[in-house]
Design a protein around this ligand. Sequence first.
Ligand code: SF4
Length: 235
Amino acid sequence: MKLQFDVLQKGDYEVINKELERKDSLDVLKWVYNAFGDKLVYSCSFGAEGMVLIDLISKVKKDATIVFLDTDFHFKETYDLIDQVKERYPSLNIELAKPEITPEEQAKQYGERLWEREPDACCKVRKLVPLERELSRYDAWISGLRREQSPTRINTQFVNQDNRFQSIKVCPLIHWTEEEIWMYINLHKLPYNELHDKSYPSIGCEYCTKPVAEGEDPRSGRWANSEKTECGLHK
Ligand code: SF4
């Protein structure tokens, strides 16, 4: 079976996921890298799941390509973490994908502080369009989605038809709990974003991420002043 978005039918995903059903995340990664090779990319946001996935990927494909959507609006701590990861895994190919326009050009074109007035438009310019551009070079992409993260992610499978990006989305961590993610990070002494220790369970752009009080939904600090809950990458 040719593993390409325009070839696979809905039923093919069911067959693939049935085959992977009893495998653990490492075996899923072995299977997908074997299937897609260099036509597979990991789009990483460098959150806690990202640290686990990078470590697992490095055990399967030492020169895997990892792309970070660099909106220009991330926390300094996130950029520092990327430097640490590059140092720890020197053979991984970590790329920063930039939007077509700079923050200054965006302000001129769309007005100041677009993220406050129209966060969907801002995410489109700084995340969706760059990811679309990056994914057009690959047959499949990896994402760190977990089912328990939000009701919109509950039906995520290991291998998913991604109509938004005309691609195949692979989610090896669907069954992991937050506790398991942190157990893995601590056990393997992985680097992680220091903002996680300052009440930021989910970290995105600085303008759109707030700390979260204990007991609150971990994602409630994202776009806290609007109805928005996802940047649109996983619709
Ligand atoms: S998360 Fe906020 S600042 Fe970042 S691209 Fe989306 S709207 Fe813009």
